[in-house]
Ligand binder design. Structure first.
Ligand code: ADP
Ligand code: MG
Length: 396
């Protein structure tokens, strides 16, 4: 996945008079039949507008929820179509079948929205036959759903082998930002990996120690590393059975010349609740009846120095239990430093992950980062150094 860009973009395609089938992610939150957050729809507007401006006709295809290959009426994209029309400011026609006729009859400025791809069992099976049916509707395939690119599905993988293909604007933006951060980064490169457990981020840690100049380990997973070095972490969240794994990672980092930054001081409390009485202690001084819930101020000072000397930062996972005050302090402070360095033009900062994005929003700095990925699983797999089938198919 690293190296030079091999996928095409809209600029490389001749779109005039062409039918363009665009895979998008409009899996938006819905409550009581109403779309409550249109962010994902807003993010496809550049692609739709640019295709139409270049004279192409736009046919949108997407999934919604997990219908598991069956028709589930509540998960029909028919319910989302009005919001898509609203946000795009264009006539959007939802089609549940008879795709061929609908495409033949469509106007230039009209946008077609096909039914939930996952109603067809062929979608998640990456079925060639289903991909062929979709491909027969169009002249060109555009993938603008990076967040679905880690899955080899008919609409993300098989179809790219059947039609001239390229990345949409959002996909290209995301790939460009990630490539800059991890593919060919300006160094020093710092990674922050925090969050709850080492076990969910083994591949991530394994990939990053080989790539980064500094790896800051925070959150609950830092406890596993402290314990692996013989420290008593009391009642902290800790995976004692992963002590060997943690030691392996430390060894691998040493061999690769990557400095591992572990907490130099920690915030401990006896209760996991907002406003719980707490104190700052050395990492080896957690009382037996207490738990480590955040990194301490000395740690933040050191992390800030590391950030200040870096050119690129990738971040996944909060440094502490950021959902409850005051254990959001280290995360907020480090995020603030990264934001200021980014604003000053001294740092490229890329972050992703469900809780990480929530934490950065809570810290009020999400807009200051160079790039915030909302792609979830696809972002993590990319950080793990895995090839994403949907991206690989575009490069073939
Ligand atoms: P992301 O969703 O960004 O990948 P994770 O899901 O891995 O992040 O981690 C976020 C969770 O980690 C949060 O719920 C946070 O409360 C928890 N966490 C962080 N530090 C600690 C800690 N010291 N003890 C317990 N939980 C922690
Ligand atoms: Mg999470």
């Amino acid at each position: 996945m690293t190296g030079t860009q091999t996928w095409k973009t809209l600029d490389d395609m001749d779109l005039a008079g062409k039918r363009v089938l665009v895979r998008v992610d409009i899996n938006v939150p819905v409550e009581d039949g109403k779309v409550t957050d249109t962010t994902r729809i807003e993010r496809i507007t550049a692609t739709v507008d640019d295709i139409q401006e270049a004279g192409g006709k736009v046919i949108l295809m997407a999934h919604f929820g997990r219908p598991k290959g069956q028709v589930v009426p509540e998960m029909s994209l028919e319910h989302i179509a009005p919001a898509v029309a609203d946000v795009l400011g264009l006539p959007v026609t939802f089609v549940d079948s008879d795709y061929v006729d609908a495409v033949a009859e469509m106007d230039d400025d009209e946008v077609l929205l096909l039914e939930n791809l996952r109603f067809n069992p062929g979608e998640e099976k990456n079925d060639e036959g289903f991909a062929k049916r979709l491909a027969s509707l169009a002249d060109i395939y555009v993938n603008d759903a990076f967040s679905a690119a880690h899955r080899a599905h008919a609409s993300t993988e098989a179809i790219a082998r059947l039609l001239p293909s390229c990345a949409g604007r959002l996909m290209a933006e995301e790939l460009g930002a990630l490539e800059k951060a991890l593919g060919t980064p300006e160094r020093p490169l710092v990674a922050v990996v925090g969050g709850a457990k080492v076990s969910t981020k083994l591949d991530l840690l394994g990939n990053l120690v080989g790539k980064c100049d500094y790896l800051v380990i925070g959150g609950g997973m830092a406890n596993t590393f402290l314990a692996a070095q013989g420290m008593d972490v009391g009642k902290s969240l800790c995976e004692h059975d992963l002590a060997d794994t943690a030691r392996d990672i430390l060894e691998k980092a040493k061999a690769a010349g990557c400095e591992i930054v572990l907490p130099r001081d920690v915030v401990v409390a006896r209760e996991f609740k907002a406003g719980a009485a707490n104190e700052v202690v050395a990492p080896d001084a957690c009382p037996a009846d207490a738990m480590i819930l955040d990194a301490g101020p000395d740690t933040v000072t050191y992390i800030s120095e590391v950030f200040a000397g870096a050119k690129t930062l990738v971040w996944n996972g909060p440094l502490g239990a950021f959902e409850i005050e005051p254990f959001d302090r280290a995360t907020n402070a480090a995020a603030g430093v990264a934001a200021a360095l980014t604003d000053a033009g001294n740092l490229i900062s890329v972050a992703g992950g469900g809780d990480t994005v929530a934490a950065l929003n809570q810290a009020g700095v999400a807009d200051n980062f160079s790039y915030i990925s909302t792609a979830g699983g696809a972002f993590l797999e990319w950080m793990e150094g895995k090839e994403l089938p949907g991206v690989a198919a575009l490069s073939a």
